[in-house]
Design a protein around this ligand. Structure first.
Ligand SMILES: Nc1ncnc2c1ncn2[C@@H]1O[C@H](COP(=O)(O)OP(=O)(O)OP(=O)(O)O)[C@@H](O)[C@H]1O
Length: 977
C-alpha cells in the first residue's frame, strides 16, 4: 500500500489540524520494519497479530497508539494527535496516548463505539530492563461482548455476547453475559424470528462464522459486509469468526469438556445441532478472551513475585488491573448452558416493544417515559436488570404468573415487610457480577469485601421472610450455609476497607497468617528505627537541623544543610547527593534497614496476594450458587418494587385465565397516568374476546359467523364490496342470531377526534395485558384477562431510512406480519392503518384488514382509525363493535373528555386540532372553506349521507357531482363497476 492510499484510508473525516500529523505512515503495514526502533517494531509485530483491535501499548505512565490506531483514537476520543520518531530513516509516525489510570474510562467509550481493544502492558520496570527493551505483553483483548471491568459495564442492563449459525431458513442462537454468567441457546426456524430475537436481546457483540479470508474482522454498528446475511440487523457489532469452532463435532466436544458432562441431554440441546454449534462457537470465543485476561494476571503475579526480572521489589503499579491465582484459572465466567424456546414467553416483536415503549420511548429512545421507568422501583442493580428481562419476556403459564402475583399481593398487604425488605436490599451489592468477577479471577479486594457484606445480609433476609406464604419469599428463607460461612470467612481475612489496587498491600487482617504478622512486625520495627533516627542522630552529631528523608531514586537519606556540612561530616556518613542548600548522606545501618524493609515488604506483598488469590478462588468455586441466590434476591427486589407501584398507583390484581377474554374495568395508561397530575387521567374500560364464554355455544356461533361470511361473499360477487347494499333488517337478524347474550366483540373499531386519546387507549390495553403477563398488578379497578400468545401493534408511521423503505411500505410490512402470524389468542392493536397512501387506497386496505382480522383470524383487536366508514363493519359482522372517544363540542371550541364510549364518531375535528397546535388563523380559515367544499361535493361524503338508498351506478355514470380533477376510480370505492 502506498503512503498516499493509506493516508486517505485512515484520515478520512479527520479534522484538518489532525491530518497534518498523519500524512505519513498512516498504516503500519507501509513502513520498512528493518528501519524501525525496537519498540515501534515490537508494536508493529503485535499489531499484525491483532489487526482487528486498537492496540494500546504501555509506555511509562501512558498507553500509546501509533499509525492508524493513533488516528482512530484521536478522532474517537478527541485527543491530540502528535508524532513519534520511529527510526532514523523512517522519521515520525502518528502517535496518540491516554494516561494509564484513565484506561478503563477511555476503553469504555471505545467499546461503546464498537471497537475491540488489545491492551499491551509492561511486564517489568523500565529500571529492571537495564537499557533493554522493556518486556511487554498483550494482557487483555476487550471486545464489546466480553467486558468484565465494572467501570465499563452498565449496572442496570445485561451485556450480551451472541453467536449465530444459519442453515437455510433454520438458525441457532446462543447468548451469554460474561459478567453475570448466563449462557443460553436456542434453535428455530424463520429468519424473521432470528432478527426479532436479536432485537430483543440487543447484544453488544454478535459472533458470526464465515469463510471470509479476514477472519478476525470486527464490524462496528452500521458497517456493511458481504459476509453478513440480511436478517442480521445492522445496528449491532459483528465479529466474523472462522468456521472451525462452529462445526458441530468441535462445538459439541468443547461444551462437553467445559461443563464436564457426557451428553448435552441435560442441557436440553443434544438434538438441536444449530443451537449446539452456536453455543460451542461462543464458548470458544469466551475461552480465548478469558485466557488473555488470565494471562495478564499471571504475568502481573510474576511481576509481584519479582520472578520476571530478578528485581527484589514489586513495581508500585497503580493500574486498576487485578491479579489471578493459578487456582482461579480453573474457574470460568459462564454457567452451564441452558436451552430455551421462543414459545416459552409471550412474543413481543421489535415494533411492539418500540410502540408500547417498554424500555425506552419511541420518540427519542429515552428511559424516562418508558414502561420500565414507570415500574422500576428496584433498589439493586440485579433487580433492575431482572425487571428489564421480565418486561421483555412476559410469561405464558397462568401458574407462573400466579406465583408472582401471590408475592406482590403479600407485599402489598404487608407494607412494613416490604419496606424493611427494601431497606435491607439496598445494602446488597451486585452479587451476580461480583461472583462473575471472582469466577473469572478479575475481582479485587474491594469486590470481595462488598460480596462478603452482601452475603452477611442473607441470613437477615431469611429471618425477615420467615412465615411468609408465597414462593418467591419462601425462596429466601433458607440461606445455603456454605454462603453464610463464605461471607464470615472473607470478613475474617480481609481488612474492612482494602486499597483499590492489589499491589498496594494491606489487604489481609492481622492474625490470619503467622508469617504475615511476623513480617509486618519486622517492617514496623525497622520503620520505627528509621523514624527515631532523626532524633538519635541530632543528639549524636549535635546538628539540630539534621533530617531523615526519602525519595524514589535514592531511598532513605540523612540531610544536613550545606553550611553545617562544610564544618564537619559526621562519622560513618557517606555523601550520596549534593543540592544547592543541603548535602545528603547515607549510613551503613540506614542502608541495611532500608534493604530489610524492601525485602520484607516484597515478601509481605507476595504473601498477601497469595492469601487474597486463594480467597478469590474460594469465592469463584461458589460463583454458581451465589448467582442462584442473587437471582432470588433480584426477583424479590423486582416484586417489592412492583408491589410499591401497585400500592402508590392504586393497581389491581388481574384475574388470569386460560381463555380469550379481556375485561378491564376503568383501566389507565401506566405511564401517561404518572406523567399527569393526580386524578387527571380519565380511566376507560375494555371488553374483548368473550364470545366463546359469552355465547356459550361455540358451534352455534361459528355457524352464525359462517353465514355472515357467506353473506359478505355473495354481496362481494354481486356488488363488488358494496357494503351499503346489505339490508339493515338482514344484518339485525344475523346479529341477533349470533350475539346472545351480549358477548364482547373480537374487534373494536375505535374512532374519535384527533388528540382525543385513541392511541393512548390502544397502548393502555396492550400495556395492561403485558404487565399482567409479567405478573404485575395493573392500573385498573378490576381486570380479568386471558393469557395471550402474542401482542402485535401497528402504531404511527416512521420512515425506515436505514433500510430504504418508505413510510407506507414499513406500514404494510408490519401489517402483513400481523396478518400472517396473529392467532385467536393474540392481541392486535392497530392505529391508523392505511394512512400513508391515497385516502381511498388507505380506506380500502383498512377495511380489508379489519375484516380479515375479525372473520379469518378472530384475534382480539382494537382498530383505531379516522376512516369513520369502518363503523359500517359493525353492522355486518357480529364480532365487531364500534367505540369512540368523545369530546364536548362548544360553539367555538371542543373539549377533550378522553372518554371511550360505545358508538362511532363521524368527525375528526382535525382542523380544530390544527388550530390548537398553532397553525396560522388564515390557514385554519382556508381549511374550513376547503372542508366545506369537500363535504358538499365529495362522492363518498354524499354516499355516506345518503347511505344505501343511493343508486351509486347512476351517480357514477353521470359523473356530475365529482370535481373534474379527481379520478373517479379513487373516489368510487363503494360503487359497482
Ligand atoms: N384517558 C386519558 N386521560 C387523560 N388524558 C389523556 C387520556 N388519553 C389521552 N390523553 C391525553 O391526550 C393526548 C392525545 O392522546 P392520543 O395521542 O392518544 O390521541 P389520538 O386520538 O390518538 O390522536 P390522533 O388521532 O391525532 O393520533 C395524550 O398525549 C394524553 O396526554
Amino acid at each position: 500500500m502506498t503512503d498516499a492510499a493509506s493516508t486517505s484510508e485512515f484520515t478520512n473525516g479527520l479534522p484538518e489540524r489532525l491530518v497534518k500529523h498523519a500524512v505519513r505512515y498512516a498504516d503500519h503495514r507501509s513502513v520498512d520494519r528493518a528501519s524501525l526502533t525496537p519498540m515501534i517494531r515490537h508494536y508493529v509485530e503485535l499489531k499484525d497479530q491483532y489487526p482487528h483491535a486498537l492496540l494500546l501499548y504501555r509506555v511509562g505512565d501512558f498507553f500509546e497508539t501509533f499509525f492508524q490506531d493513533a488516528i482512530a483514537i484521536a478522532r474517537e476520543l478527541e485527543l491530540i494527535l502528535t508524532a513519534k520518531d520511529a527510526g532514523k530513516d523512517v522519521g515520525k509516525v502518528p502517535l496518540a496516548g491516554i494516561p494509564h489510570h484513565a484506561l478503563d474510562r477511555y476503553c469504555a467509550v471505545l467499546v461503546e463505539k464498537g471497537f475491540a481493544i488489545a491492551v499491551c502492558d509492561q511486564m517489568e520496570d523500565a529500571a529492571g530492563a537495564q537499557g533493554q527493551l522493556v518486556r511487554r505483553e498483550i494482557t487483555r483483548v476487550i471486545t464489546p461482548g466480553t467486558i468484565l471491568e465494572e467501570g465499563m459495564l452498565n449496572a442496570r442492563r445485561n451485556n450480551f455476547l451472541a453467536a449465530v449459525v444459519i442453515a437455510g431458513n433454520h438458525w441457532g442462537l446462543a447468548y451469554a453475559d460474561v459478567s453475570t454468567g448466563e449462557f443460553l441457546t436456542t434453535q428455530a426456524q424463520s429468519l424473521e424470528q432470528l432478527t426479532q430475537e436479536l432485537l430483543r436481546l440487543q447484544p453488544s457483540e454478535v459472533l458470526f462464522p464465515t469463510n471470509a479470508p479476514d477472519l478476525v474482522s470486527l464490524l462496528r454498528p452500521g458497517e456493511k459486509s458481504d459476509h453478513l446475511p440480511e436478517c442480521l440487523p445492522s445496528q449491532f457489532c459483528y465479529t466474523l469468526r472462522s468456521q472451525a469452532p462452529f462445526v458441530l463435532s468441535e462445538a459439541r466436544y468443547r461444551l462437553l469438556q467445559r461443563f464436564r458432562v457426557r451428553s448435552l441431554e441435560g442441557m436440553g440441546c443434544e438434538h438441536l445441532p444449530l443451537a449446539v454449534r452456536a453455543a460451542g462457537g461462543l464458548l470458544e470465543y469466551v475461552e480465548t478472551s478469558t485466557e488473555k485476561a488470565a494471562g495478564k494476571d499471571e504475568g502481573k503475579r510474576q511481576k509481584a513475585k519479582g520472578e520476571s526480572n530478578g528485581s527484589p521489589l514489586p513495581t508500585p503499579d497503580s493500574s486498576p488491573t487485578t491479579l489471578l491465582h493459578p487456582a482461579a484459572l480453573q474457574t470460568f465466567p459462564l454457567q452451564p448452558l441452558c436451552t430455551y424456546t421462543l414459545t416459552e414467553y409471550l412474543v413481543i416483536d421489535h415494533q411492539t416493544r418500540r410502540n408500547l415503549e417498554i424500555t425506552q420511548t419511541a420518540r427519542d429512545g429515552t428511559y424516562h417515559g418508558s414502561l420500565l421507568w414507570a415500574l422500576d422501583k428496584t433498589v439493586t442493580a440485579m433487580g433492575s436488570r431482572a425487571l428489564r428481562r421480565w418486561l421483555l419476556q412476559p410469561l405464558l403459564q397462568v401458574k407462573q404468573i400466579h406465583d408472582r402475583q401471590e408475592t406482590i399481593a403479600e407485599l402489598v398487604e404487608n407494607g412494613s415487610l416490604r419496606q424493611t425488605l427494601q431497606r435491607l436490599l439496598k445494602q446488597i451489592y451486585d452479587m451476580e457480577r461480583l461472583a462473575g468477577r471472582a469466577g473469572s479471577g478479575t475481582a479485587n479486594a474491594r469486590d470481595l469485601v462488598a460480596l462478603a457484606d452482601s452475603l452477611d445480609k442473607l441470613p437477615d433476609l431469611g429471618r425477615l421472610v420467615e412465615g411468609t406464604r408465597s414462593r418467591y419469599l419462601q425462596d429466601l428463607q433458607t440461606v445455603p450455609p456454605v454462603l453464610e460461612h463464605l461471607g464470615q470467612h472473607l470478613h475474617a481475612h480481609l481488612v474492612e476497607t482494602p486499597p483499590l489496587y492489589l499491589t498496594d498491600g494491606n489487604l489481609i487482617r492481622p492474625g490470619v497468617n503467622a508469617q504475615l504478622d511476623s513480617l509486618r512486625q519486622q517492617v514496623d520495627a525497622d520503620q520505627e528505627w528509621i523514624r527515631n533516627l532523626e532524633v538519635v542522630e541530632r543528639d549524636r552529631t549535635g546538628i539540630p537541623t539534621l533530617k531523615v528523608g526519602y525519595n524514589k531514586t535514592f531511598g532513605y537519606y540523612i540531610s544536613i544543610s550545606r553550611a553545617k556540612a562544610g564544618q564537619q561530616i559526621p562519622d560513618g556518613y557517606t555523601r550520596k547527593q549534593t543540592l544547592t542548600n543541603e548535602e545528603r548522606y547515607i549510613t551503613q545501618d540506614l542502608k541495611e534497614r532500608e534493604n530489610r524493609i524492601q525485602l520484607a515488604q516484597e515478601s509481605l506483598n507476595h504473601l498477601e496476594y497469595e492469601i487474597f488469590a486463594e480467597l478469590r478462588s474460594q469465592v469463584g468455586e461458589q460463583a454458581e450458587l451465589i448467582r442462584t441466590v442473587a437471582r432470588s434476591v433480584a426477583a424479590i427486589d423486582v416484586l417489592c418494587g412492583l408491589a410499591e407501584v401497585a400500592v402508590y398507583q392504586g393497581y389491581c390484581r388481574p384475574e388470569m385465565l386460560a381463555n380469550r377474554e379481556i375485561q378491564i374495568l376503568e383501566g389507565r395508561h401506566p405511564v401517561v397516568e404518572q406523567s399527569l397530575p393526580a386524578g387527571f387521567f380519565v380511566p376507560n374500560s375494555t371488553e374483548l374476546g368473550s364470545r366463546e364464554s359469552g355465547a356459550g355455544n361455540r358451534e352455534a356461533e361459528e355457524v352464525g359467523e359462517a353465514e355472515v361470511k357467506g353473506k359478505l361473499k355473495t354481496q362481494n360477487s354481486l356488488e363488488t364490496r358494496r357494503v351499503h347494499g346489505v339490508a339493515p333488517s338482514e344484518l339485525a337478524l344475523l346479529k341477533t342470531q349470533n350475539s346472545s347474550p351480549q358477548p364482547s366483540p373480537d374487534l373494536i373499531v375505535l374512532t374519535g377526534p384527533n388528540a382525543s386519546g385513541k392511541s393512548c387507549y390502544l397502548r393502555q390495553v396492550g400495556l395492561i395485558q403485558l404487565m399482567a403477563q409479567v405478573g404485575s398488578f395493573v392500573p385498573a379497578q378490576s381486570t380479568t384477562l386471558g393469557v395471550c400468545d402474542r401482542i402485535f401493534t401497528r402504531v404511527g408511521a416512521v420512515d425506515d431510512l436505514a433500510t430504504g423503505q418508505s413510510t407506507f411500505m414499513v406500514e404494510m410490512n408490519e401489517t402483513a406480519n400481523i396478518l400472517n402470524h396473529a392467532t385467536p389468542r393474540s392481541l392486535v392493536l392497530l392505529d391508523e392503518i392505511g394512512r400513508g397512501t391515497a385516502t381511498f387506497d388507505g380506506l380500502s386496505i383498512a377495511w380489508a384488514v379489519a375484516e380479515h382480522l375479525a372473520t379469518e383470524i378472530r384475534a382480539r383487536t382494537i382498530f383505531a382509525t379516522h376512516y369513520h366508514e369502518l363503523n359500517e363493519l359493525a353492522s355486518i359482522l357480529p364480532n365487531v363493535a364500534n367505540y369512540q372517544v368523545v369530546v364536548k363540542e362548544l360553539p367555538d371550541q371542543i373539549i377533550f373528555l378522553h372518554k371511550v364510549q360505545p358508538g362511532g364518531a363521524d368527525r375528526s375535528y382535525g382542523i380544530e386540532a390544527g388550530r390548537l397546535a398553532g397553525l396560522p388563523a388564515s390557514v385554519i380559515q382556508r381549511a374550513r372553506q376547503v372542508m366545506g367544499q369537500i363535504e358538499k361535493h365529495s362522492k363518498i361524503a354524499i354516499g355516506l349521507r345518503k347511505g344505501n338508498q343511493t343508486n351509486h351506478s347512476t351517480r357514477e355514470k353521470n359523473g356530475e357531482i365529482y370535481p373534474v380533477d379527481q379520478p373517479i376510480e379513487q373516489l368510487d370505492i363503494f360503487s359497482e363497476e
